[in-house]
Design a protein around this ligand. Structure first.
Ligand code: DTB
Length: 307
């Protein structure tokens, strides 16, 4: 068990010592200069019943339900992702929880995308046990279900479900041995204590999530957090470094928010142990860092995409 006290002591180390420690742990556990890339597709957008304050698709932002992607389109986008260099294809669907019919469709999508030689990941909210079982049988590699923030801050961000609801779905995912992708968002108005506490929850999961997206809030007009204060960059890097130190063998993803980050900040995050990104022009509803910008940055930094 990792305690809040231990994690706080690490987080508060002199910045350069923290980076050095995170980098040392990173290169002991991973091939250095290698970054895993995942591509994201929104397969069902808008019309959500949840009130997540950061999300463009929140019921408060009133985005109407758009048409659901067909399997054919999903496969075509997955082919593009593979061509770009992604090794994982992540499919996101809005809503509190999917219908059985939607889960069946996603199982078909998983089977088709896997035929391309890509790993698959889905995020679509709370699941029932039979749904998790079906997803496992379809061959789904990862399920993304973020805890977003600390348990005590959760109700300030979302009120239509609670932290414990998240944990219940996470337990089901782990019970069926689907790899867990679970992280959070920095910039929700949380304190460093919240960030540390969120990482301690993740680090104490058994097994630890294999993939940990650290998103930096994209301030989306029309959402409650559109005008939230900027995150201190050093605190952001400290959060990435702490994730790396506490979860030595997990992929730490520098996830949403990269398009607004200067290359030098991304480089420092990679030094601090981030070794995964979203690659591609779009996230769910917002733009991502462009592929050509990423290619140039990788070349400047001597980084390679993981095969
Ligand atoms: C995660 O942690 N980040 C992704 C994925 N999991 C589903 C989503 C990023 C969304 C960014 C805002 C948008 O495009 O709407």
């Amino acid at each position: 068990m990792i305690t809040i006290k231990e994690a706080t002591e690490l987080f508060e180390m002199p910045f350069l010592d923290l980076l050095h420690m995170a980098h040392s742990i990173h290169i002991e556990n991973f091939q250095k200069n290698q970054i895993q890339a995942s591509s994201l597709l929104s397969v069902k957008t808008g019309g959500c019943s949840e009130d997540c304050s950061y999300c463009a698709q929140s019921k408060k932002a009133k985005m109407p339900l758009q048409s659901i992607e067909t399997i054919e389109n999903i496969v075509s986008k997955a082919k593009d992702a593979k061509r770009m260099g992604a090794t994982r294809f992540c499919m996101g669907a809005s809503g509190k929880s999917p219908t059985d019919e939607f889960v069946n469709m996603m199982c078909e999508a998983v089977k088709e995308v896997k035929k391309l030689g890509l790993e698959t990941c889905i995020t679509m909210g709370m699941l029932t046990e039979p749904q998790v079982k079906k997803l496992k049988e379809s061959g789904l590699d990862y399920y993304n279900h973020n805890i977003d923030t600390s348990e005590s801050n959760y109700c300030n961000i979302i009120t239509t479900h609670n932290f414990q609801d998240r944990i219940e779905t996470i337990k089901l995912i782990q019970k069926y041995n689907i790899n867990l992708c679970c992280g959070g968002i920095i910039g929700l108005g949380e304190t460093n204590e919240d960030r540390i506490s969120m990482l301690v929850v993740l680090a104490n999961m058994n097994p630890q999530p294999k993939s940990i997206p650290i998103n930096k809030l994209i301030k989306i007009p029309g959402t409650d957090l559109a005008n939230s204060p900027d995150v201190d960059v050093f605190d952001f890097v400290r959060t990435v470094a702490l994730a790396r130190i506490l979860m030595k063998k997990s992929y730490v993803r520098l996830a949403a928010g990269r398009s607004a980050m200067p290359e030098i900040l991304q480089a420092i995050c990679f030094y601090a142990g981030a070794n995964s990104i979203f690659l591609g022009e779009k996230l769910l509803t917002t733009i991502n860092s462009s592929v050509s910008r990423d290619e140039q940055m990788f070349s400047k930094l001597g980084l390679k995409l993981m095969q």
